[in-house]
Design a protein around this ligand. Structure first.
Ligand code: ZN
Length: 306
C-alpha cells in the first residue's frame, strides 16, 4: 500500500513536471514570439513630432517607439512644462537633445530637462555665450557627464526607425547668434521634416548652397515666423505641405510676420500655430502625415502688413 502510494506521488510529480515543461514550450513557441514581434511592429510603424506650446520659444519632441529626441526647451521658466510633457508621454530618456542656439527662448529650459531625465547625446552649435542662462545649461551638461557633440553638416544619425541629417550651421563665424542655429532634416520612410531653429536668411542661403536635399513635408518656420527668415528661395526649396509656427500669443516681436503668412497663403501651405492652437502633434507612418488639430485658417488681419 505504502509503495503504491509513493509511486502514485512520483508519477504525480512527473506529470506536473511534464505539464510545466509543456506550458513553457508553449509560451516560448515560435508562434507566440511572432505575436510579440507583430505587436512591437504596430508600435514602430509611426513616429510623432510634438510642437510643445512653450509660449514665445521652441520646444519639439520627436518620439519613435524606441528612441526620442528633444529640440530646445523654451525659456528658463518652461523647463518644468517640458519635463511634465515628456512624463505625460512616458519618455524615460532622451537619445538626443539639440540646443539649436544659445538664445534663452530655446535653451532656457534645457538645464531643467538635463537634470530631470537621462540624456545620451547633446548637440550644441560652435559658439559660446556668456549669459547666466547659457552657463546654467553648460553646468547641467557637465554635472551629467555629457560630452557636447558639434554639428557637422551632412552627418546622419539614427533615431529608432527614423534618421536625421545635420543641415546647418554652415559656418562658425556669424554676427547674429540666430545663424548658428543647428538645423536638421528628419526622415522617416517617405516623410520628412525640416527644423532650422532661428536661422536667418543668410544661413538659409548657405543651406541652399550646401547641396543637401532640403525638400520636406513639414517645415517648422524659422525664428517663430519672422520675415528676417523664411526667405522665398528657401520656401521654394523645402516646398512644404505643412508649416508650423512656434510662437507666443501677442509676442512683442509681432511674430509671425504678415509677409511670411502671405507667402504661405500664396502656396496654399497648411498652417498650424502653437500661439493660437496650443501644442500641435504631427504623426507619420512613413507614408502619410496626420495632425492632431485642424489647420489654422488665415484671416484678413493676418495678411495685412504690420
Ligand atoms: Zn527664438
Amino acid at each position: 500500500m505504502k509503495r503504491k502510494h509513493i509511486l502514485g506521488r512520483i508519477s504525480g510529480i512527473t506529470l506536473l513536471a511534464f505539464l510545466s515543461l509543456f506550458i513553457n514550450q508553449l509560451l516560448s513557441s515560435p508562434e507566440r514570439q511572432d505575436d510579440v514581434t507583430s505587436l512591437h511592429n504596430q508600435r514602430t510603424d509611426i513616429i510623432e513630432v510634438h510642437f510643445i506650446d512653450v509660449g514665445q520659444g521652441d520646444s519639439i519632441l520627436i518620439e519613435t517607439s524606441d528612441a526620442s529626441m528633444l529640440i530646445d526647451a523654451g525659456e528658463n521658466n518652461k523647463g518644468t512644462v517640458v519635463i511634465n510633457y515628456l512624463k505625460a508621454q512616458s519618455i524615460e530618456k532622451l537619445d538626443y537633445v539639440i540646443g539649436t542656439h544659445p538664445h534663452s527662448d530655446h535653451i532656457g529650459g534645457l538645464d531643467t530637462v538635463i537634470k530631470s531625465i537621462p540624456v545620451d547625446n547633446i548637440i550644441l552649435p560652435p559658439v559660446s555665450h556668456t549669459t547666466q542662462t547659457y552657463e546654467e545649461v553648460l553646468e547641467a551638461i557637465e554635472d551629467a557627464d555629457l560630452q557636447i557633440t558639434m554639428p557637422v553638416v551632412g552627418d546622419k544619425y539614427t533615431l529608432g526607425p527614423a534618421t536625421f541629417t545635420i543641415i546647418a550651421p554652415n559656418s562658425d563665424d556669424y554676427q547674429n547668434l540666430n545663424n548658428y542655429s543647428v538645423g536638421i532634416k528628419l526622415t522617416y520612410g517617405n516623410n520628412s521634416f525640416v527644423f532650422t531653429g532661428d536661422a536667418e536668411a543668410l544661413a538659409e542661403k548657405e543651406m541652399l548652397k550646401n547641396g543637401l536635399d532640403l525638400s520636406a513635408d513639414v517645415f517648422k518656420l524659422a525664428h517663430h515666423g519672422s520675415n528676417t527668415s523664411n526667405s522665398v528661395d528657401f520656401l521654394d526649396e523645402v516646398d512644404p505641405t505643412f508649416a508650423i509656427i512656434s510662437a507666443g500669443i501677442d509676442n512683442e516681436y509681432g511674430h509671425p510676420h504678415s509677409e511670411v503668412l502671405q507667402e504661405l497663403s500664396l502656396r496654399n501651405t497648411r498652417l498650424y500655430r502653437t500661439d493660437l492652437q496650443g501644442t500641435v502633434v504631427f504623426t507619420s507612418d512613413g507614408k502619410t502625415i496626420s495632425v492632431n488639430t485642424s489647420e489654422y485658417k488665415l484671416t484678413e488681419d493676418d495678411l495685412l502688413n504690420d
